[in-house]
Design a protein around this ligand. Structure first.
Ligand code: SAH
Ligand code: SF4
Length: 361
């Protein structure tokens, strides 16, 4: 299988063109065809010679993903199930926000972090996605709108789909540079958010990259004992190490950090935990936000349920009283398989059931 041309950053494409005897501006033209005009074949790049198009066809494929399922929810959320060249399945979600179209991308097939509340962690990591496969998700979502002649552009990206982005660091960074490139999709860095379960050493690396992309950290508990019991990763990177890295990030980049906190009924949503969380954040109150996230029930994780509204509001009030910036996150696409990893895992279950039924016939 040939690699996807979406996997090359603009600088890499320039190097590649020069290595193939072409001038730099040829690479600029290709970039423009890919990301501004968004052609689907190399043949449509009409200002390139036939010979050069043949070289492109010999070297690359364009979009490596096949669309398997598209589900549109009543609130405009669209969920896509894509097939990778090796037959594996990933999912991508498009959310309509008041500020524009926001896409949630997947970075790995499965996830090794194994958080106890997450559908993606049920399947061990099969492999990392290439940067081309991550860019391709954005391109296919944009194509969906281009084809409907809806003059809408993907304006925001969240790296919050299946996988731990900092466990696929190099490819995720290439992806970020590609979609942020001014001459291409030009998705503003401040409109992009990467979410991590807390790989402290990678948070430090990310601080040193000089990108203006937003960082979100999945916290979900205010002390080590509770966090380790719901997120195994906390045993390798306990809160002390995590917060050292977060302080380093804030000092280096001068940027705020978002904390994600899923509200799990009677697990992490008491007033005592709200106070502990406020205390944990007291030094960085002005430089952080807390997002309180409704739990999306996952059948296999039935030890958890969603916090009732009164508990969420009481938690929120306690944070606010302590001066913590805090919002309660809106849900999207509740009438389709909304939680991270759910469309994929439910489709795989259906595939399995079908295979079992076929075997029984
Ligand atoms: N691996 C990264 C990014 C992908 S998960 C991370 O963990 O941050 C993106 C977000 O979805 C995380 O905050 C994660 O905790 C949250 N999430 C996972 N399963 C969920 C569920 N069942 N309900 C609500 N949020 C969930
Ligand atoms: Fe992996 Fe994130 Fe799910 Fe944890 S929450 S298992 S890190 S995808």
């Amino acid at each position: 299988m040939k690699p996807s041309i979406y996997g090359l950053t603009r600088d890499e494409l320039i190097d590649w063109a020069e290595e193939h005897g072409e001038k730099k501006f040829r690479a600029t033209q290709i970039w423009d065809w890919l990301y501004r005009k968004r052609v689907q074949t190399f043949e449509e790049m009409t200002n390139l010679s036939k010979d050069f198009i043949a070289v492109l066809n010999d070297s690359f494929c364009l979009n490596p993903l096949k669309q398997r399922i598209v589900q549109e929810a009543s609130d405009g959320t669209v969920k896509y199930l894509f097939e990778l060249p090796d037959g594996m399945l990933i999912e991508t979600v498009l959310m309509r926000q008041h500020y524009g179209l926001s896409v949630c991308v997947t970075t790995q097939v499965g996830c090794n972090i194994g958080c106890t509340f997450c559908a993606s962690g049920l399947i061990k990591k099969q492999r990392d996605l290439t940067s081309g496969e991550i860019v391709a998700q954005i391109m296919l979502v944009q194509k969906y709108f281009d084809e409907r002649q809806q003059d809408e552009r993907v304006s925001h990206v969240v790296v919050m789909g299946i996988g731990e982005p900092f466990d696929n660091y190099t490819n995720v960074l290439k992806f970020l540079r590609t979609i942020n490139d001014d001459n291409g999709l030009a998705i503003g860095a401040r409109h992009i958010t990467v979410s991590t379960s807390g790989l402290a050493h990678k948070i430090r690396d990310f601080a040193n990259e000089g990108v203006q992309v937003n960082l979100a950290v999945s916290l979900h508990a205010p002390n080590n004992e509770l966090r380790s019991s719901i997120m195994r990763i906390n045993r390798s990177f306990p809160l002390e190490k995590l917060f050292d890295a977060i302080h380093y990030y804030i000092e280096t980049t001068n940027r705020r950090v978002t904390f994600e906190y899923i509200m799990l009924n009677e697990v992490n949503d008491g007033l005592e935990q709200a106070q502990e969380l406020a205390d944990l954040l007291k030094d960085i109150k002005k430089l952080s936000y807390v997002n309180l996230i409704p739990y999306n029930p996952v059948t296999e994780h039935d030890q958890y349920s969603r916090s009732p509204k009164e508990r969420v509001l009481a938690f929120y009030d306690r944070l606010k009283k302590n001066g913590v910036n805090c919002v309660i996150r809106q849900e999207h696409g509740t009438d389709i398989d909304a939680a991270c990893g759910q469309l994929r895992s439910n489709t795989m279950k259906k595939d399995r059931q079908q295979a079992i039924a076929e075997a029984a016939d």
